[in-house]
Every structure is written in structure tokens, then in C-alpha cells.
Design a protein around this ligand. Structure first.
Ligand code: ZN
Length: 175
């Protein structure tokens, strides 16, 4: 987080009292001498549509990816889904660590899949991610679904949260 020199005490951490007779802790920066900039946040949705169909063996599974913006982290807060049939299993993999991380809890230790209804809510009752999960900018989430309904199953998945803008570490300078 970027830090700015406190404009009231100019980094001295103390200011004179109103009478000018005593020094007191700077009330603006609470004696730190600097003020931290707030990261910019704005609402953001990331969506994906996938179709899986277990009536045709070749398309039982469908895989797609969600690309996070190159310039802004994504603070994931809610997950929502609409689907043809609830008999749909889902796995979400966060690739940002360099080592795939399965976000969805493992029901099947080999595939790490859970039914869609246990993973996502809808727009009226979205499932909250607690605590919010921050995905670094310019990374991808891999989404894998497996249909068990025996027919074409279309999933629309929406991740809601905040896009977060702040200085990159290379530009950050402590006061
Ligand atoms: Zn100050």
C-alpha cells in the first residue's frame, strides 16, 4: 500500500496545540508521520458459460478459464450460477500460486468436485465467499464441470466481487 507524507505534520509526527504552547501527537496521521493510500475498489463480475453433456461421452466434461484483469486484483466475494440441471459437478482451480489450488472443497479426492448447488447460489441469494478471496491480477481460474444429467447442461457461472487497484510493489515506497 502506498504511503504519503502527512500533510498536517509534514512527517514530524507532532503538531503544536491550538494555543501554540505545547506539542501534541498529530491528529491526522495519529503520530505515524505518513498516511496510507486506500486501494481503489469497484464492483466487478467475472462470468463464464460452459456446456457439458453426458449423453455424449466425449462432452461429459467441459473446461474453461476466467482471466483476471491485467491491471487489477480481483477480490472474490460472491458466487452465483444458473444451470439447466443441478446434476452438475464443478471444480475451480486458482492458478495464481503457480501450483494449482482447488478452491472447491474435495468431495472426490481424485477430482475435487462438488455438486453445483453446494458451490453457488443465485443472484437473489448469492453464496458468500468468507473471507473474501483475493486473486492476483493477470492470473486465471480454471473451471471444470461434469454433467451427470444425461443431457445437454448449460452452466452460466458468475463471480462477483471488487476489482482492486493499487500501486504495484515495484512502485511502493514506504515513507
Ligand atoms: Zn501527521
Amino acid at each position: 500500500m502506498r504511503k504519503y507524507l502527512c500533510p498536517m505534520c509534514n512527517g514530524q509526527t507532532v503538531v503544536k496545540n491550538p494555543a501554540g504552547s505545547l506539542w501534541q501527537q498529530c491528529p491526522m496521521c495519529e503520530g505515524n508521520g505518513h498516511i496510507e493510500g486506500q486501494a481503489g475498489r469497484r464492483p466487478a463480475w467475472y462470468t463464464i458459460q460452459l456446456v457439458a453433456n453426458s449423453a455424449a461421452a466425449a462432452t461429459t466434461n467441459a473446461t474453461g478459464s476466467i482471466q483476471i484483469l491485467a491491471s487489477e486484483d480481483f477480490e472474490w466475494q460472491f458466487v452465483m450460477a444458473a444451470y439447466t440441471d443441478a446434476r452438475l459437478l464443478i471444480t475451480v482451480i486458482d492458478n495464481s500460486s503457480g501450483k494449482p489450488l482447488v478452491i472447491a472443497p474435495n468431495q472426490n479426492s481424485n477430482q475435487g468436485i462438488v455438486p453445483i448447488a453446494l458451490f453457488a447460489g443465485n443472484a437473489q441469494l448469492p453464496f458468500p465467499i468468507r473471507p473474501s478471496y483475493r486473486i492476483p491480477k493477470n492470473n486465471t481460474l480454471t473451471i471444470i464441470i461434469t454433467d451427470q444429467s444425461g443431457a445437454a447442461n448449460t452452466l452460466n457461472l458468475a463471480l462477483y466481487g471488487n476489482s482492486v487497484t493499487e500501486q504495484s510493489p515495484a512502485q511502493t515506497k514506504a515513507a
